[in-house]
Design a protein around this ligand. Structure first.
Ligand code: AMP
Ligand code: MG
Length: 425
């Protein structure tokens, strides 16, 4: 087991050998946020034939060559093509067809004049100027051609991608399976939110925050509940998470008399890959794997709520994204100007909870206040994690620092429709 390693090395070890989970078929309607397991090749052409982009008249461009306002050209109204309909016959010279948006262009027609620019008069239609060939016509295949790869493997399915799938007739889609995460809280002092907290008891809030972090990363969760601080109960609860892809336990990874997580994991056959990452908060984070690829990857996160959330953010989230098939595993990073001077002891990298405010073109980072790893409010207020480099002891006000953006709303351009303080309500 490695100990006292750097953040980047720990992340490398967590991701080592991690591959996207096998594919499964899901309804396209339920596939938002999932990742395509195989490239999507179009089996149809869209639009299948040239069609009108306007309500108006389909005609032969050459017929209007001499049309002017003072000497309009009158064409015989031959037939009507409704949206989704087809022309009964080809359009002959000297004819126009009434046509609606999305309707297939009659054979022989090569442009559409919008109805606002024409005047129907009984069996004839008057046009007051020439038309440009191809005007208001959507070419066959201008969106998609049969045989083309439209969505690449690994593509994340958002609204537009789901629309494309539906347009191509795919009501089902092959995506990577979502990671399953089992979450365990450990500690004699822990209770559920609706239980009595007298006598020094503490709500096991980590299970809520971590489950939400899992969901945001696209994973499903199984809450294994609260394990008391005995090796037997911990072993029983940890064993209940064996079918998950990832097991996330919080607390009990330090060096106290009641910190049984590491020996119990080893007793279950888990090989501890590392314990202790040179960072604050979150130093005691532990990561292990079962030999031969069976069993979940296991995280023993520190119990302090901020440490649990920050270590999840840095180590668990990238793994979940990798398992789900995503290629980008990190948050957006910005450079922000420090509003105040920050100090720490040189040695470990600190992840400082900051708010981010826009000041013209710049983003200004300000500490959320008390940075103790027990102050969960510092996470609730945080819009980013500012990286205070290991070697530095001071970051002066006015200098630039890297910030991992937790809340993408901070990147929104100022707009009067947003609430004055810029935060979602
Ligand atoms: P430990 O790692 O067991 O020493 O726990 C460190 C601190 O985190 C203690 O104050 C615990 O009460 C607190 N803690 C442990 N587990 C949780 C949890 N699931 N939710 C909230 N706080 C916790
Ligand atoms: Mg404890």
């Amino acid at each position: 087991m490695r100990t006292g390693i750097e953040v980047d090395e720990a992340r490398r070890l967590v991701l080592e050998g991690a591959e996207p989970l096998p594919a499964e078929v899901v309804a396209t309607a339920d596939a938002r946020g999932r990742v395509l397991a195989a490239a999507l090749q179009a089996t149809r052409t869209i639009p299948p034939a040239a069609c009108s982009a306007m309500d108006g008249y389909a005609l032969r461009t050459d017929d209007l060559a001499s049309a002017t306002r003072s000497a309009p050209r009158r064409l015989a109204l031959a037939f009507e093509v409704p949206a989704g309909g087809r022309a009964p016959r080809p359009l002959r010279p000297g004819e126009a067809a009434r046509i609606f948006t999305g309707a297939a262009l009659p054979e022989g027609a090569d442009s559409v004049v919008m109805q606002e620019d024409a005047e129907g008069e009984g069996a004839e239609v008057a046009f007051f100027g020439p038309a440009a060939r191809g005007e208001h016509v959507r070419a066959a295949g201008e969106d998609v051609r049969a045989g083309e790869v439209v969505l690449a493997a690994g593509c994340r399915l958002g609204a537009a991608q789901l629309g494309v799938l539906a347009a191509l007739g795919k009501s089902q889609v092959r995506v990577h399976r979502r990671p399953r995460v089992a979450i365990l809280s450990g500690g004699d002092e822990l209770v559920e939110p609706d239980e009595d907290v007298s006598g020094g008891r503490i709500v096991a809030s980590n299970a809520y925050a971590l489950a939400a972090q899992c969901a945001e990363a696209g994973a499903t969760t199984l809450n294994l509940g609260i394990a008391r601080d005995t090796p037997e109960e911990l072993a029983r609860c940890l064993a209940a998470g064996q079918d998950a892809d990832v097991l996330v336990s919080s607390a009990g990874v330090s060096v106290g008399d009641h910190d049984h997580v590491r020996p119990v994991l080893q007793g279950l056959g888990c090989r501890l890959v590392f314990w202790g990452v040179e960072m604050k908060p979150g130093y005691p984070i532990t990561f292990g794997r079962f030999e031969g690829g069976r069993g979940p990857r296991v995280f023993g996160l520190p119990g302090n709520p901020v440490s649990a959330m920050v270590t999840f953010e840095l180590f668990v989230r990238p793994l979940l994204l990798r398992l789900a098939g995503h290629s980008v595993l990190t948050r957006p990073r910005v450079r922000a100007v420090l509003a105040e001077t920050l100090r720490k002891r040189a040695g470990r990298v600190h992840f400082v909870r900051v708010t981010l405010a826009r000041d013209g073109e710049r983003l200004v980072a300000r500490s959320t206040g008390n940075q103790s790893s027990g102050v969960l409010r510092s996470m609730a207020l945080a819009q980013g994690l500012l990286v205070f480099p290991a070697a530095a002891a001071e970051l002066a006000a006015g200098t630039l620092a890297d910030v991992q953006v937790l809340d993408p709303d901070v990147l929104a351009a100022p707009d009067p429709i947003n609430a004055a303080d810029g935060r979602s309500r």
